[in-house]
Ligand binder design. Structure first.
Ligand code: AMP
Length: 586
Protein backbone atom coordinates (compact mmCIF):
# COMPACT_ATOMS: atom_id res chain seq x y z
CA UNK A 1 0.00 0.00 0.00
CA UNK A 2 2.50 2.49 -1.24
CA UNK A 3 0.46 5.13 -3.08
CA UNK A 4 1.32 8.58 -1.75
CA UNK A 5 -1.83 10.71 -1.53
CA UNK A 6 -2.42 13.04 -4.46
CA UNK A 7 -3.46 16.39 -2.95
CA UNK A 8 -6.35 18.12 -4.60
CA UNK A 9 -7.86 21.52 -4.54
CA UNK A 10 -11.35 22.43 -5.66
CA UNK A 11 -10.80 26.15 -5.42
CA UNK A 12 -10.69 26.61 -9.19
CA UNK A 13 -14.32 25.44 -9.58
CA UNK A 14 -17.34 27.38 -8.58
CA UNK A 15 -19.10 24.18 -7.47
CA UNK A 16 -18.43 22.46 -4.19
CA UNK A 17 -18.33 18.64 -4.15
CA UNK A 18 -21.65 17.07 -3.10
CA UNK A 19 -19.76 14.90 -0.66
CA UNK A 20 -17.74 17.57 1.09
CA UNK A 21 -17.29 15.74 4.39
CA UNK A 22 -17.08 11.96 4.04
CA UNK A 23 -17.33 11.02 7.72
CA UNK A 24 -20.26 13.32 8.49
CA UNK A 25 -22.21 12.21 5.42
CA UNK A 26 -21.62 8.53 6.22
CA UNK A 27 -22.71 9.02 9.82
CA UNK A 28 -25.99 10.73 8.93
CA UNK A 29 -26.77 8.81 5.75
CA UNK A 30 -30.01 6.91 5.23
CA UNK A 31 -31.52 5.37 2.12
CA UNK A 32 -34.85 6.98 3.14
CA UNK A 33 -33.33 10.39 2.56
CA UNK A 34 -32.34 9.31 -0.97
CA UNK A 35 -35.86 8.00 -1.49
CA UNK A 36 -37.08 11.50 -0.67
CA UNK A 37 -34.86 12.97 -3.37
CA UNK A 38 -36.45 10.95 -6.14
CA UNK A 39 -40.11 11.30 -7.13
CA UNK A 40 -41.68 7.85 -7.23
CA UNK A 41 -44.51 7.12 -9.63
CA UNK A 42 -47.58 9.38 -9.35
CA UNK A 43 -50.34 8.26 -6.97
CA UNK A 44 -47.95 6.09 -5.00
CA UNK A 45 -47.86 3.41 -7.68
CA UNK A 46 -44.25 2.43 -7.06
CA UNK A 47 -40.79 3.24 -8.40
CA UNK A 48 -39.84 2.98 -12.05
CA UNK A 49 -36.30 3.71 -13.26
CA UNK A 50 -37.49 5.33 -16.50
CA UNK A 51 -39.81 7.67 -14.62
CA UNK A 52 -36.93 8.94 -12.48
CA UNK A 53 -34.60 9.15 -15.46
CA UNK A 54 -36.86 10.80 -17.98
CA UNK A 55 -40.47 11.50 -17.17
CA UNK A 56 -40.02 13.68 -14.11
CA UNK A 57 -37.66 15.99 -16.01
CA UNK A 58 -39.64 15.94 -19.25
CA UNK A 59 -42.84 17.07 -17.56
CA UNK A 60 -40.97 19.46 -15.25
CA UNK A 61 -38.75 22.42 -15.91
CA UNK A 62 -36.07 20.40 -17.76
CA UNK A 63 -38.32 19.38 -20.67
CA UNK A 64 -36.22 21.30 -23.20
CA UNK A 65 -32.88 20.60 -21.53
CA UNK A 66 -30.42 18.48 -23.52
CA UNK A 67 -30.55 14.92 -22.16
CA UNK A 68 -28.41 13.09 -24.71
CA UNK A 69 -26.09 14.37 -27.41
CA UNK A 70 -25.29 11.53 -29.76
CA UNK A 71 -22.12 11.82 -31.85
CA UNK A 72 -22.27 9.58 -34.90
CA UNK A 73 -19.15 7.88 -36.28
CA UNK A 74 -19.41 9.92 -39.47
CA UNK A 75 -19.72 13.33 -37.81
CA UNK A 76 -23.50 13.63 -37.52
CA UNK A 77 -24.88 14.92 -34.24
CA UNK A 78 -28.33 14.10 -32.87
CA UNK A 79 -29.65 15.97 -29.84
CA UNK A 80 -32.40 14.62 -27.59
CA UNK A 81 -34.05 16.85 -25.05
CA UNK A 82 -35.73 15.23 -22.05
CA UNK A 83 -39.03 15.84 -23.84
CA UNK A 84 -37.79 14.06 -27.01
CA UNK A 85 -36.50 11.10 -25.01
CA UNK A 86 -39.83 10.95 -23.20
CA UNK A 87 -41.96 10.84 -26.36
CA UNK A 88 -39.72 8.44 -28.24
CA UNK A 89 -39.42 6.03 -25.32
CA UNK A 90 -43.22 6.23 -25.00
CA UNK A 91 -43.46 5.18 -28.64
CA UNK A 92 -41.15 2.25 -28.00
CA UNK A 93 -43.18 1.21 -24.96
CA UNK A 94 -46.29 1.30 -27.15
CA UNK A 95 -44.53 -0.86 -29.77
CA UNK A 96 -43.93 -3.45 -27.04
CA UNK A 97 -47.49 -3.20 -25.80
CA UNK A 98 -48.84 -3.78 -29.32
CA UNK A 99 -46.69 -6.91 -29.57
CA UNK A 100 -48.19 -8.12 -26.28
CA UNK A 101 -44.89 -7.80 -24.50
CA UNK A 102 -45.66 -7.10 -20.86
CA UNK A 103 -44.29 -6.78 -17.34
CA UNK A 104 -41.28 -8.99 -16.69
CA UNK A 105 -40.79 -9.99 -20.36
CA UNK A 106 -37.17 -9.78 -21.43
CA UNK A 107 -36.22 -7.28 -24.14
CA UNK A 108 -32.65 -7.75 -25.31
CA UNK A 109 -30.68 -5.17 -27.26
CA UNK A 110 -27.69 -6.17 -29.35
CA UNK A 111 -26.26 -2.98 -30.82
CA UNK A 112 -23.41 -0.54 -30.64
CA UNK A 113 -23.99 2.94 -29.24
CA UNK A 114 -26.92 3.88 -31.50
CA UNK A 115 -29.77 6.18 -30.38
CA UNK A 116 -32.32 3.35 -30.71
CA UNK A 117 -30.54 1.47 -27.91
CA UNK A 118 -31.18 4.27 -25.41
CA UNK A 119 -34.77 4.72 -26.53
CA UNK A 120 -35.40 0.96 -26.36
CA UNK A 121 -33.85 0.74 -22.87
CA UNK A 122 -36.05 3.52 -21.48
CA UNK A 123 -39.19 2.35 -23.32
CA UNK A 124 -38.65 -1.19 -22.04
CA UNK A 125 -38.38 0.07 -18.45
CA UNK A 126 -41.49 2.23 -18.90
CA UNK A 127 -43.40 -0.87 -20.00
CA UNK A 128 -42.12 -2.63 -16.82
CA UNK A 129 -40.41 -5.17 -19.10
CA UNK A 130 -36.78 -6.13 -18.46
CA UNK A 131 -33.90 -4.52 -20.35
CA UNK A 132 -31.03 -6.92 -21.17
CA UNK A 133 -28.07 -5.47 -23.07
CA UNK A 134 -25.70 -7.68 -25.09
CA UNK A 135 -22.14 -6.79 -26.06
CA UNK A 136 -22.16 -6.27 -29.83
CA UNK A 137 -18.63 -7.74 -30.22
CA UNK A 138 -19.85 -11.14 -28.98
CA UNK A 139 -19.96 -13.91 -31.57
CA UNK A 140 -23.11 -15.99 -32.25
CA UNK A 141 -22.46 -18.51 -29.46
CA UNK A 142 -22.33 -16.13 -26.45
CA UNK A 143 -25.34 -14.33 -27.92
CA UNK A 144 -27.34 -17.55 -28.29
CA UNK A 145 -26.39 -18.66 -24.78
CA UNK A 146 -27.60 -15.42 -23.21
CA UNK A 147 -30.79 -15.09 -25.27
CA UNK A 148 -31.65 -18.63 -24.36
CA UNK A 149 -30.84 -18.41 -20.66
CA UNK A 150 -32.53 -15.02 -20.35
CA UNK A 151 -35.81 -16.23 -21.98
CA UNK A 152 -35.54 -13.47 -24.58
CA UNK A 153 -38.92 -12.45 -25.95
CA UNK A 154 -37.78 -9.45 -28.02
CA UNK A 155 -34.43 -8.59 -29.58
CA UNK A 156 -33.63 -5.12 -30.87
CA UNK A 157 -30.66 -5.15 -33.22
CA UNK A 158 -29.39 -3.94 -36.58
CA UNK A 159 -29.63 -5.64 -39.98
CA UNK A 160 -25.90 -6.34 -40.03
CA UNK A 161 -25.71 -7.84 -36.54
CA UNK A 162 -28.85 -9.86 -37.18
CA UNK A 163 -27.46 -11.39 -40.37
CA UNK A 164 -23.98 -11.99 -38.97
CA UNK A 165 -24.79 -13.24 -35.50
CA UNK A 166 -28.44 -14.08 -34.94
CA UNK A 167 -30.17 -15.41 -38.03
CA UNK A 168 -28.40 -18.80 -37.85
CA UNK A 169 -29.21 -19.37 -34.17
CA UNK A 170 -32.78 -18.03 -34.27
CA UNK A 171 -34.30 -21.47 -34.93
CA UNK A 172 -32.97 -22.69 -31.59
CA UNK A 173 -34.72 -19.87 -29.71
CA UNK A 174 -38.45 -20.57 -29.94
CA UNK A 175 -39.27 -18.08 -27.14
CA UNK A 176 -37.75 -15.24 -29.13
CA UNK A 177 -40.92 -13.98 -30.80
CA UNK A 178 -39.99 -10.55 -32.12
CA UNK A 179 -36.85 -9.16 -33.67
CA UNK A 180 -36.91 -5.41 -34.25
CA UNK A 181 -34.35 -4.10 -36.72
CA UNK A 182 -33.35 -0.53 -35.90
CA UNK A 183 -32.22 0.29 -39.43
CA UNK A 184 -34.62 -1.68 -41.63
CA UNK A 185 -37.16 0.20 -43.74
CA UNK A 186 -39.34 -2.88 -44.26
CA UNK A 187 -40.26 -6.00 -42.31
CA UNK A 188 -38.23 -9.07 -43.32
CA UNK A 189 -40.81 -11.62 -42.17
CA UNK A 190 -43.50 -12.04 -39.56
CA UNK A 191 -41.01 -12.16 -36.69
CA UNK A 192 -38.39 -9.76 -38.03
CA UNK A 193 -39.84 -6.28 -38.14
CA UNK A 194 -38.73 -2.80 -39.08
CA UNK A 195 -38.42 -0.79 -35.87
CA UNK A 196 -38.80 2.61 -37.62
CA UNK A 197 -42.11 1.41 -39.14
CA UNK A 198 -43.37 0.20 -35.78
CA UNK A 199 -42.32 3.47 -34.12
CA UNK A 200 -44.01 5.57 -36.81
CA UNK A 201 -47.32 3.85 -36.06
CA UNK A 202 -47.00 4.12 -32.27
CA UNK A 203 -48.48 6.86 -30.10
CA UNK A 204 -46.09 9.06 -28.13
CA UNK A 205 -48.32 8.92 -25.08
CA UNK A 206 -47.90 6.13 -22.58
CA UNK A 207 -48.84 5.67 -18.93
CA UNK A 208 -46.28 3.71 -16.92
CA UNK A 209 -48.05 0.83 -15.20
CA UNK A 210 -47.83 0.27 -11.46
CA UNK A 211 -44.22 -0.83 -10.81
CA UNK A 212 -43.21 -2.48 -7.57
CA UNK A 213 -39.75 -1.30 -6.43
CA UNK A 214 -38.80 -5.01 -6.34
CA UNK A 215 -39.96 -5.72 -9.93
CA UNK A 216 -37.19 -6.98 -12.19
CA UNK A 217 -35.88 -4.14 -14.35
CA UNK A 218 -32.46 -5.14 -15.69
CA UNK A 219 -30.80 -8.41 -16.49
CA UNK A 220 -27.02 -8.24 -16.91
CA UNK A 221 -25.06 -11.28 -17.90
CA UNK A 222 -21.72 -11.84 -16.27
CA UNK A 223 -19.26 -14.65 -16.67
CA UNK A 224 -18.83 -17.54 -14.28
CA UNK A 225 -15.73 -19.64 -13.69
CA UNK A 226 -17.29 -23.03 -13.47
CA UNK A 227 -20.34 -22.67 -15.64
CA UNK A 228 -21.97 -20.72 -18.37
CA UNK A 229 -22.81 -17.00 -17.95
CA UNK A 230 -25.08 -15.93 -15.12
CA UNK A 231 -27.91 -13.42 -15.49
CA UNK A 232 -27.75 -10.98 -12.58
CA UNK A 233 -31.21 -9.64 -11.77
CA UNK A 234 -31.66 -5.98 -10.78
CA UNK A 235 -34.88 -4.31 -9.71
CA UNK A 236 -36.39 -0.83 -10.20
CA UNK A 237 -35.35 0.21 -6.70
CA UNK A 238 -31.73 0.07 -7.92
CA UNK A 239 -32.33 3.60 -9.19
CA UNK A 240 -31.66 4.82 -5.64
CA UNK A 241 -28.05 3.64 -5.96
CA UNK A 242 -27.74 5.05 -9.48
CA UNK A 243 -28.93 8.43 -8.26
CA UNK A 244 -26.92 8.40 -5.02
CA UNK A 245 -23.62 7.44 -6.67
CA UNK A 246 -24.24 10.06 -9.37
CA UNK A 247 -24.49 12.56 -6.55
CA UNK A 248 -21.63 11.49 -4.28
CA UNK A 249 -19.11 9.82 -6.60
CA UNK A 250 -19.55 11.35 -10.05
CA UNK A 251 -20.51 14.59 -8.31
CA UNK A 252 -23.23 15.62 -10.76
CA UNK A 253 -24.38 19.23 -10.53
CA UNK A 254 -27.16 20.93 -12.51
CA UNK A 255 -25.99 21.84 -16.00
CA UNK A 256 -23.13 19.30 -16.00
CA UNK A 257 -22.03 17.55 -19.17
CA UNK A 258 -21.04 13.95 -18.55
CA UNK A 259 -19.34 11.40 -20.77
CA UNK A 260 -19.28 7.70 -19.90
CA UNK A 261 -17.23 5.81 -22.47
CA UNK A 262 -18.40 2.31 -21.41
CA UNK A 263 -19.99 0.01 -23.94
CA UNK A 264 -23.74 -0.34 -23.32
CA UNK A 265 -23.36 -4.12 -23.55
CA UNK A 266 -21.98 -4.12 -19.99
CA UNK A 267 -23.34 -2.92 -16.70
CA UNK A 268 -21.42 0.38 -16.59
CA UNK A 269 -22.90 1.32 -19.94
CA UNK A 270 -26.40 0.98 -18.47
CA UNK A 271 -26.05 2.17 -14.86
CA UNK A 272 -23.88 5.16 -15.81
CA UNK A 273 -24.07 5.32 -19.63
CA UNK A 274 -27.86 5.66 -19.41
CA UNK A 275 -29.52 5.85 -16.01
CA UNK A 276 -27.49 7.81 -13.41
CA UNK A 277 -26.90 11.03 -15.40
CA UNK A 278 -30.53 11.17 -16.53
CA UNK A 279 -31.78 10.82 -12.95
CA UNK A 280 -29.88 14.05 -12.24
CA UNK A 281 -31.30 15.87 -15.27
CA UNK A 282 -27.88 16.55 -16.75
CA UNK A 283 -26.51 16.05 -20.30
CA UNK A 284 -24.85 12.82 -21.44
CA UNK A 285 -22.51 12.61 -24.39
CA UNK A 286 -22.69 9.37 -26.35
CA UNK A 287 -20.04 8.63 -28.93
CA UNK A 288 -20.81 5.95 -31.46
CA UNK A 289 -17.19 5.49 -32.55
CA UNK A 290 -14.60 3.17 -31.05
CA UNK A 291 -11.56 4.38 -29.14
CA UNK A 292 -9.54 7.02 -30.98
CA UNK A 293 -7.23 9.22 -28.91
CA UNK A 294 -7.49 12.39 -31.02
CA UNK A 295 -11.24 12.07 -31.33
CA UNK A 296 -11.60 11.56 -27.59
CA UNK A 297 -9.64 14.69 -26.70
CA UNK A 298 -11.63 16.62 -29.33
CA UNK A 299 -14.87 15.44 -27.73
CA UNK A 300 -13.69 16.49 -24.26
CA UNK A 301 -12.84 19.92 -25.66
CA UNK A 302 -15.71 20.57 -28.06
CA UNK A 303 -18.48 19.15 -25.90
CA UNK A 304 -17.08 20.91 -22.82
CA UNK A 305 -17.25 17.72 -20.80
CA UNK A 306 -17.22 18.32 -17.03
CA UNK A 307 -17.17 14.74 -15.78
CA UNK A 308 -15.55 11.88 -17.60
CA UNK A 309 -16.05 8.23 -16.63
CA UNK A 310 -13.74 5.83 -18.41
CA UNK A 311 -11.59 2.73 -17.93
CA UNK A 312 -7.95 1.83 -17.25
CA UNK A 313 -7.34 0.17 -20.65
CA UNK A 314 -8.41 3.36 -22.43
CA UNK A 315 -6.36 5.57 -20.11
CA UNK A 316 -3.27 3.38 -20.58
CA UNK A 317 -3.75 3.69 -24.34
CA UNK A 318 -3.92 7.47 -24.07
CA UNK A 319 -0.83 7.46 -21.90
CA UNK A 320 1.18 5.82 -24.67
CA UNK A 321 0.27 8.43 -27.25
CA UNK A 322 2.51 11.31 -28.13
CA UNK A 323 -0.15 13.84 -27.27
CA UNK A 324 0.20 16.79 -24.92
CA UNK A 325 -3.47 17.26 -24.07
CA UNK A 326 -3.12 20.45 -22.08
CA UNK A 327 -1.13 22.17 -24.84
CA UNK A 328 -3.13 20.82 -27.77
CA UNK A 329 -6.65 20.96 -26.35
CA UNK A 330 -8.72 23.23 -24.19
CA UNK A 331 -9.79 20.94 -21.36
CA UNK A 332 -10.75 23.70 -18.95
CA UNK A 333 -14.31 22.38 -18.52
CA UNK A 334 -13.08 19.02 -17.21
CA UNK A 335 -13.60 18.86 -13.45
CA UNK A 336 -13.43 15.18 -12.51
CA UNK A 337 -12.13 12.00 -14.13
CA UNK A 338 -13.26 8.60 -12.87
CA UNK A 339 -12.15 5.12 -13.84
CA UNK A 340 -13.60 1.65 -13.27
CA UNK A 341 -13.44 -1.95 -14.37
CA UNK A 342 -9.88 -3.05 -13.70
CA UNK A 343 -7.05 -2.11 -11.41
CA UNK A 344 -5.92 1.44 -12.11
CA UNK A 345 -2.15 1.65 -11.95
CA UNK A 346 -0.76 4.42 -9.72
CA UNK A 347 1.26 5.66 -12.73
CA UNK A 348 -1.98 6.37 -14.57
CA UNK A 349 -3.27 8.45 -11.66
CA UNK A 350 -0.05 10.44 -11.71
CA UNK A 351 -0.09 10.73 -15.50
CA UNK A 352 -3.55 12.28 -15.20
CA UNK A 353 -2.24 14.83 -12.73
CA UNK A 354 0.74 15.71 -14.94
CA UNK A 355 -0.80 15.66 -18.40
CA UNK A 356 -4.45 16.49 -17.83
CA UNK A 357 -3.98 18.62 -14.75
CA UNK A 358 -6.38 16.34 -12.85
CA UNK A 359 -5.88 13.09 -10.97
CA UNK A 360 -7.89 10.03 -11.96
CA UNK A 361 -10.34 8.73 -9.37
CA UNK A 362 -10.54 4.97 -9.20
CA UNK A 363 -13.76 3.32 -8.11
CA UNK A 364 -14.87 -0.24 -7.70
CA UNK A 365 -18.06 -2.17 -8.30
CA UNK A 366 -19.32 -5.12 -10.33
CA UNK A 367 -22.35 -6.41 -12.24
CA UNK A 368 -23.83 -7.89 -9.07
CA UNK A 369 -23.61 -4.64 -7.07
CA UNK A 370 -25.50 -2.65 -9.72
CA UNK A 371 -23.67 0.57 -8.89
CA UNK A 372 -20.44 2.01 -7.49
CA UNK A 373 -19.65 0.70 -4.00
CA UNK A 374 -16.12 1.97 -3.24
CA UNK A 375 -14.60 5.17 -4.58
CA UNK A 376 -12.08 7.96 -4.38
CA UNK A 377 -14.20 11.09 -3.92
CA UNK A 378 -13.85 14.55 -5.39
CA UNK A 379 -13.32 16.10 -1.97
CA UNK A 380 -10.75 13.63 -0.73
CA UNK A 381 -7.07 13.19 -1.47
CA UNK A 382 -6.53 10.20 -3.73
CA UNK A 383 -4.37 7.27 -2.76
CA UNK A 384 -2.99 6.13 -6.11
CA UNK A 385 -3.48 2.38 -6.47
CA UNK A 386 -6.40 2.28 -4.02
CA UNK A 387 -10.04 1.83 -5.02
CA UNK A 388 -11.05 4.29 -2.31
CA UNK A 389 -13.54 4.09 0.55
CA UNK A 390 -17.07 2.64 0.68
CA UNK A 391 -20.03 4.84 -0.28
CA UNK A 392 -22.27 6.24 2.44
CA UNK A 393 -24.80 3.49 3.18
CA UNK A 394 -22.38 0.77 2.10
CA UNK A 395 -20.48 -1.36 4.57
CA UNK A 396 -17.44 -3.14 3.14
CA UNK A 397 -15.08 -5.51 4.93
CA UNK A 398 -12.30 -7.99 4.38
CA UNK A 399 -13.52 -11.42 5.47
CA UNK A 400 -12.44 -15.04 5.50
CA UNK A 401 -15.05 -17.76 5.10
CA UNK A 402 -14.90 -20.04 8.11
CA UNK A 403 -17.41 -22.43 6.57
CA UNK A 404 -20.17 -22.34 3.96
CA UNK A 405 -22.41 -20.06 5.99
CA UNK A 406 -20.17 -17.95 8.14
CA UNK A 407 -17.32 -15.53 7.84
CA UNK A 408 -14.74 -13.97 10.12
CA UNK A 409 -14.18 -10.27 9.63
CA UNK A 410 -10.55 -9.15 9.53
CA UNK A 411 -10.39 -6.37 12.08
CA UNK A 412 -6.74 -5.48 11.55
CA UNK A 413 -5.66 -3.37 8.60
CA UNK A 414 -3.43 -4.87 5.91
CA UNK A 415 -4.95 -8.35 6.01
CA UNK A 416 -5.65 -9.89 2.62
CA UNK A 417 -9.00 -11.66 2.23
CA UNK A 418 -12.35 -11.71 0.47
CA UNK A 419 -13.88 -8.33 -0.22
CA UNK A 420 -17.42 -8.49 1.18
CA UNK A 421 -20.38 -6.09 1.36
CA UNK A 422 -23.08 -6.06 4.00
CA UNK A 423 -26.29 -7.05 2.21
CA UNK A 424 -29.25 -4.77 1.72
CA UNK A 425 -28.30 -1.86 -0.55
CA UNK A 426 -30.96 -1.04 -3.19
CA UNK A 427 -29.04 -2.16 -6.29
CA UNK A 428 -27.84 -5.45 -4.84
CA UNK A 429 -28.62 -8.19 -7.37
CA UNK A 430 -31.72 -10.13 -6.40
CA UNK A 431 -30.72 -13.41 -8.00
CA UNK A 432 -29.02 -15.17 -10.88
CA UNK A 433 -31.83 -16.02 -13.26
CA UNK A 434 -32.70 -19.74 -13.01
CA UNK A 435 -29.67 -20.29 -10.75
CA UNK A 436 -30.82 -20.09 -7.14
CA UNK A 437 -27.97 -22.31 -5.87
CA UNK A 438 -25.26 -20.18 -7.42
CA UNK A 439 -26.89 -17.09 -5.94
CA UNK A 440 -27.03 -18.54 -2.44
CA UNK A 441 -23.36 -19.48 -2.57
CA UNK A 442 -22.43 -15.79 -2.80
CA UNK A 443 -23.68 -15.02 0.70
CA UNK A 444 -22.63 -15.87 4.24
CA UNK A 445 -23.63 -14.36 7.58
CA UNK A 446 -25.42 -11.41 5.95
CA UNK A 447 -22.42 -10.56 3.76
CA UNK A 448 -22.20 -10.71 -0.01
CA UNK A 449 -18.81 -12.20 -0.95
CA UNK A 450 -17.75 -10.38 -4.09
CA UNK A 451 -15.24 -12.83 -5.56
CA UNK A 452 -12.45 -10.24 -5.33
CA UNK A 453 -9.50 -10.35 -2.95
CA UNK A 454 -8.52 -7.07 -1.33
CA UNK A 455 -6.96 -5.36 1.69
CA UNK A 456 -8.07 -2.41 3.81
CA UNK A 457 -5.58 0.09 5.20
CA UNK A 458 -5.70 1.82 8.57
CA UNK A 459 -7.62 4.79 7.11
CA UNK A 460 -10.33 2.62 5.58
CA UNK A 461 -9.12 2.72 1.95
CA UNK A 462 -9.52 -0.57 0.05
CA UNK A 463 -6.79 -1.98 -2.17
CA UNK A 464 -7.50 -4.54 -4.91
CA UNK A 465 -5.40 -7.70 -4.79
CA UNK A 466 -6.94 -9.94 -7.47
CA UNK A 467 -9.83 -12.24 -8.26
CA UNK A 468 -10.52 -15.16 -5.96
CA UNK A 469 -11.64 -17.19 -8.99
CA UNK A 470 -10.42 -17.79 -12.54
CA UNK A 471 -12.42 -15.05 -14.25
CA UNK A 472 -10.43 -13.15 -16.85
CA UNK A 473 -10.61 -9.38 -17.37
CA UNK A 474 -9.47 -8.40 -20.82
CA UNK A 475 -9.82 -4.77 -21.97
CA UNK A 476 -12.20 -4.37 -19.04
CA UNK A 477 -14.49 -7.19 -20.22
CA UNK A 478 -15.22 -10.25 -18.12
CA UNK A 479 -14.47 -13.52 -19.85
CA UNK A 480 -15.48 -16.84 -18.31
CA UNK A 481 -12.85 -19.53 -19.04
CA UNK A 482 -15.49 -22.24 -19.08
CA UNK A 483 -17.38 -20.58 -21.92
CA UNK A 484 -14.18 -20.39 -24.01
CA UNK A 485 -13.12 -23.96 -23.16
CA UNK A 486 -16.54 -25.27 -24.19
CA UNK A 487 -16.28 -23.69 -27.63
CA UNK A 488 -12.68 -24.86 -28.14
CA UNK A 489 -13.81 -28.41 -27.40
CA UNK A 490 -16.32 -28.22 -30.24
CA UNK A 491 -13.39 -28.05 -32.68
CA UNK A 492 -12.98 -31.53 -34.23
CA UNK A 493 -9.28 -31.74 -33.33
CA UNK A 494 -9.59 -30.67 -29.68
CA UNK A 495 -9.97 -33.16 -26.83
CA UNK A 496 -9.70 -30.75 -23.90
CA UNK A 497 -8.86 -27.15 -23.18
CA UNK A 498 -7.87 -25.02 -20.19
CA UNK A 499 -8.15 -21.23 -20.43
CA UNK A 500 -6.44 -18.60 -18.30
CA UNK A 501 -5.71 -14.85 -18.32
CA UNK A 502 -2.07 -13.85 -18.80
CA UNK A 503 -1.19 -10.36 -17.46
CA UNK A 504 -0.75 -7.71 -20.13
CA UNK A 505 0.45 -4.15 -19.49
CA UNK A 506 -2.09 -2.57 -21.82
CA UNK A 507 -5.33 -4.57 -21.73
CA UNK A 508 -5.04 -6.12 -18.26
CA UNK A 509 -5.10 -9.76 -19.30
CA UNK A 510 -4.84 -11.75 -22.54
CA UNK A 511 -7.00 -14.84 -23.00
CA UNK A 512 -4.69 -17.85 -23.41
CA UNK A 513 -5.73 -21.45 -24.06
CA UNK A 514 -3.89 -24.71 -23.40
CA UNK A 515 -5.22 -27.32 -25.76
CA UNK A 516 -4.90 -31.14 -25.76
CA UNK A 517 -5.53 -32.63 -29.16
CA UNK A 518 -7.44 -35.83 -29.83
CA UNK A 519 -5.30 -38.98 -30.17
CA UNK A 520 -3.62 -39.29 -33.53
CA UNK A 521 -3.87 -35.57 -34.38
CA UNK A 522 -0.52 -33.92 -35.02
CA UNK A 523 0.31 -30.56 -33.40
CA UNK A 524 1.10 -28.90 -36.70
CA UNK A 525 1.34 -25.16 -37.10
CA UNK A 526 -1.66 -24.95 -39.42
CA UNK A 527 -3.91 -26.22 -36.70
CA UNK A 528 -3.25 -23.32 -34.34
CA UNK A 529 -4.69 -20.55 -36.59
CA UNK A 530 -7.47 -22.92 -37.58
CA UNK A 531 -8.55 -23.38 -33.94
CA UNK A 532 -8.13 -19.67 -33.25
CA UNK A 533 -10.25 -18.77 -36.28
CA UNK A 534 -12.90 -21.30 -35.23
CA UNK A 535 -13.05 -19.78 -31.72
CA UNK A 536 -13.15 -16.22 -33.07
CA UNK A 537 -16.02 -17.03 -35.40
CA UNK A 538 -18.09 -18.55 -32.62
CA UNK A 539 -17.14 -16.36 -29.66
CA UNK A 540 -16.22 -13.04 -31.27
CA UNK A 541 -12.78 -11.47 -31.17
CA UNK A 542 -13.29 -9.88 -27.73
CA UNK A 543 -13.66 -13.29 -26.09
CA UNK A 544 -11.66 -15.77 -28.22
CA UNK A 545 -8.13 -16.75 -27.12
CA UNK A 546 -5.29 -14.66 -28.51
CA UNK A 547 -2.72 -17.37 -27.73
CA UNK A 548 -2.92 -21.16 -27.91
CA UNK A 549 -0.35 -23.65 -26.59
CA UNK A 550 -0.60 -27.34 -27.38
CA UNK A 551 -0.05 -29.60 -24.37
CA UNK A 552 -0.20 -33.37 -23.81
CA UNK A 553 -2.07 -33.15 -20.51
CA UNK A 554 -3.92 -30.63 -18.41
CA UNK A 555 -3.42 -30.58 -14.63
CA UNK A 556 -6.65 -31.76 -12.99
CA UNK A 557 -8.03 -32.33 -9.53
CA UNK A 558 -8.97 -35.86 -8.53
CA UNK A 559 -12.57 -34.98 -9.27
CA UNK A 560 -11.56 -34.11 -12.82
CA UNK A 561 -11.64 -30.27 -12.72
CA UNK A 562 -8.99 -28.46 -14.70
CA UNK A 563 -6.63 -26.65 -12.31
CA UNK A 564 -6.44 -23.33 -14.09
CA UNK A 565 -4.67 -21.82 -11.10
CA UNK A 566 -1.82 -24.26 -11.68
CA UNK A 567 -1.75 -23.62 -15.42
CA UNK A 568 -1.40 -19.95 -14.64
CA UNK A 569 1.30 -20.40 -12.00
CA UNK A 570 3.32 -22.51 -14.43
CA UNK A 571 2.83 -20.05 -17.26
CA UNK A 572 4.04 -17.19 -15.08
CA UNK A 573 6.80 -19.13 -13.32
CA UNK A 574 5.13 -18.62 -9.92
CA UNK A 575 5.04 -21.05 -6.99
CA UNK A 576 2.52 -23.84 -7.62
CA UNK A 577 0.87 -23.52 -4.20
CA UNK A 578 -1.22 -26.33 -2.75
CA UNK A 579 -1.29 -29.19 -5.26
CA UNK A 580 -2.53 -31.88 -2.91
CA UNK A 581 -5.69 -32.32 -4.99
CA UNK A 582 -3.73 -32.72 -8.22
CA UNK A 583 -4.69 -36.00 -9.86
CA UNK A 584 -2.01 -36.78 -12.39
CA UNK A 585 0.25 -34.64 -14.44
CA UNK A 586 2.80 -34.78 -17.14
P1 AMP B 1 -18.01 -6.55 -14.08
O1 AMP B 1 -18.97 -7.34 -13.28
O2 AMP B 1 -17.84 -7.01 -15.48
O3 AMP B 1 -18.32 -5.08 -13.99
O4 AMP B 1 -16.58 -6.75 -13.43
C1 AMP B 1 -16.40 -6.55 -12.06
C2 AMP B 1 -15.00 -6.93 -11.67
O5 AMP B 1 -14.06 -6.07 -12.30
C3 AMP B 1 -14.75 -6.78 -10.19
O6 AMP B 1 -15.25 -7.86 -9.43
C4 AMP B 1 -13.23 -6.67 -10.17
O7 AMP B 1 -12.64 -7.93 -10.31
C5 AMP B 1 -12.96 -5.84 -11.43
N1 AMP B 1 -12.92 -4.40 -11.08
C6 AMP B 1 -13.89 -3.49 -11.21
N2 AMP B 1 -13.46 -2.27 -10.79
C7 AMP B 1 -12.21 -2.44 -10.37
C8 AMP B 1 -11.23 -1.56 -9.80
N3 AMP B 1 -11.46 -0.28 -9.62
N4 AMP B 1 -10.03 -2.09 -9.47
C9 AMP B 1 -9.78 -3.42 -9.66
N5 AMP B 1 -10.67 -4.28 -10.20
C10 AMP B 1 -11.86 -3.81 -10.55
Amino acid sequence: MDGKPVKKSFDQWNVRPNLSDYDTTCASFSWESILNEIDGLPDDTGINIAYEAVVRHAVGRLGNHLAIRWLGKNGTIQDYSYQNLHSQSNQFANVLRKLNVTKGDRVFVLAGRIPELYIAALGTLKNASVFCPLFSAFGPEPIRQRLNKGDARVLVTTQKLYTQKVSDVRKSLPELKHILLADAGEDADEGVLSLPKQMANASDRFAIPQTDPEDMALLHFTSGTTGMPKGAIHVHKAVLTHYMTGKYVLDFHPGDIFWCTADPGWVTGTSYGIIAPLTHGITSIIDEADFDAERWFRILEEQKVNIWYTAPTALRRLMRMEIEPLRQYNLRSLRIIHSVGEPLNPEVVKWGQQTLGLPIHDNWWQTETGGIMIANYASMDIRPGSMGRPLPGIEAAIVKRTNKNSVKIADKPGVEGDLALKTGWPSMFRGYLHDEERYKKCFADGWYITGDLAKRDADGYFWFVGRADDIIKTSGHMVGPFEVESVLMEHPAVAEAGVIGVPDPLIGEIVKAFVCLKPGIAQDEKLRPDIMGFARKKLGSAVAPKQIDFVNNLPKTRSGKIMRRLLKARELGLPEGDISTLESDS
